[in-house]
Design a protein around this ligand. Structure first.
Ligand code: LLP
Length: 431
């Protein structure tokens, strides 16, 4: 059976996150509960940073905080020396409150509001990744008024198919993100920028999609982007110093998922980039990558308490948990795969076919259909694995259900990093 990074089973047959017994965590902190393994997060940060350093003279790993953003995550990622990708005023605000160095913040988004652009300039974020020409003009004007020069990058659609779910594919021309390459829009925008006084274009960015398992689309995207660097150098005599290849590195949700070894991947892409630059006589730019899921995904486990069980003969067995699409909307949205395990009998044979359903008034409120777990009983603790990315960050209060707490585990210690919402939190903005 597959257990994500940092998980194991003790002699009592209980699931452990690092050295913390999840059954005890559930008892102490209540359920539903997001449990994060700090050492797994740190290990992943180091794996990416180390392999980037080994492969490039100049590089930076940026954590895509849309995967999981809260004060403590910002602190940990900062401590590990990574940059931070933010896509909204809210994510930027959290980073500021966590004391994240603003020069390592990369501000993304396809429709940043004027207030967000102002906030980014006032905060002096390292780079604003400009998505379109409307934003470029507005930013130039705003920066002019504020008497500052904004360091920017352009989001480019490299026209590469990332072999992933349609909803999380972003690199093709029919995407809402970025400047298109095929029709010359990207090149024209670079040219146009030379006329603007208050922005400084440092490089280009692309992100081709998420939960990608093979290196081919990344290599194709890197080559396509570098071809544009060569054209920009030849025709405009501009040397761009940064190249951001985005995130999208796949992780393991179920046994059959086979993500690439990130360090091997880094090496392959680096060889392609170095060869390309040398053949085309351009300098190797600073290479940036933006993993989100691969840093926090497998580090997260969600604990629920099993409630009623409805066995509908010849149809399916519903196993109800005290959470659902409010804390994890990914099955409802993408039919996302997950592995589940009964935490208080983690060593029992998983021979029961369960459809794990939440408590929302919505038939689609499922965590997984027809998945194998040990025979469940009311009161069991059900753990859903690899929930560290895009669970808390995509959670909602649908049906006015308060969001779970999050605890950070470090070896045999666990600390609350996000408090459980209360009913008073639910009505706090009601008048
Ligand atoms: N950089 C940019 C510009 C992005 O848009 C994203 C993700 C990332 C980096 C990080 O991608 P990652 O390494 O995490 O795959 N909600 C979906 C995923 C949406 C991803 C959006 N952008 C899900 O739950 O699968």
């Amino acid at each position: 059976m597959f257990l994500s990074e940092g998980l194991s089973i003790n002699k009592a047959g209980h699931l452990l996150v690092e050295n913390c017994d999840t059954v005890e965590l559930a008892e102490k902190f209540g359920t539903p509960l997001y449990v994060m393994s700090e050492n797994t997060i740190r290990k992943n940060c180091r794996l990416f940073s180390k392999s980037m350093k080994q492969n490039y003279k100049n590089s930076l790993v940026i954590f895509a905080s849309k995967a999981l953003n809260c004060l403590e995550i910002c602190r940990i990622v900062n401590d590990e020396g990574l940059g931070l990708d933010v896509v909204s005023g809210g994510e930027l605000y959290t980073a500021k409150k966590a004391g994240f160095p603003m020069d390592r913040v990369f501000f993304h988004g396809n429709n940043k509001t004027s207030d967000e652009l102002k906030m980014a300039l006032e905060s002096k974020v390292g780079r604003i990744i400009v998505d379109n020409v409307f934003e470029l003009d507005e930013l130039d004007e705003l920066a002019g008024k504020m008497g500052v020069k904004a360091d920017i990058m352009f989001r480019i659609k490299p026209g590469v198919d990332a072999h992933t779910h349609d909803f999380v594919k972003t690199g093709q021309i029919d995407s809402k993100f970025g400047f298109a390459l095929e029709n010359g829009e990207a090149f024209e925008a670079v040219k146009y920028t030379t006329k603007l006084k208050n922005v400084n274009l440092t490089g280009l960015h692309c992100h081709i999609g998420s939960q990608i398992f093979d290196d081919e689309p990344f290599i194709a995207a890197a080559e396509v982007m570098l071809k544009l660097y060569v054209k920009i150098k030849k025709e405009l005599n501009i040397t761009l110093s940064d190249l951001n290849l985005g995130g999208g590195f796949g992780i393991k949700y179920i046994e059959s998922d086979d993500p690439m070894a990130y360090d091997k991947f880094m090496n392959t892409v680096s060889n392609v980039i170095h060869d390309f630059c040398s053949v085309n006589s351009i300098d190797v730019p600073r290479i940036l990558i933006e993993p989100g899921r691969a840093i926090v995904g497998e580090a997260g486990t969600t604990l629920y308490t099993v409630g009623a069980i409805k066995e509908i003969e010849n149809i399916r067995n519903y196993v109800f948990v005290n959470g659902g699409m409010g804390d994890n909307p990914r099955y409802a949205l993408y039919n996302a795969d997950y592995s589940a395990i009964i935490a208080n009998k983690a060593d029992a044979t998983a021979d029961y076919t369960a459809t794990i359903a939440g408590k929302c008034c919505e038939s689609g409120d499922l965590i997984q259909e027809d998945t194998k777990i040990a025979k469940p009983e009311k009161g069991d603790i059900l753990a859903v694995l690899s929930t560290g990315a895009y669970n808390y960050s995509m959670s909602s209060n649908y049906n006015r259900i308060p969001r779970p707490a999050m605890v950070m585990v470090n070896e045999d210690k666990a600390r609350v990093v996000i408090k459980r919402e209360t009913y008073d939190d639910i009505i706090k903005n009601d008048i």
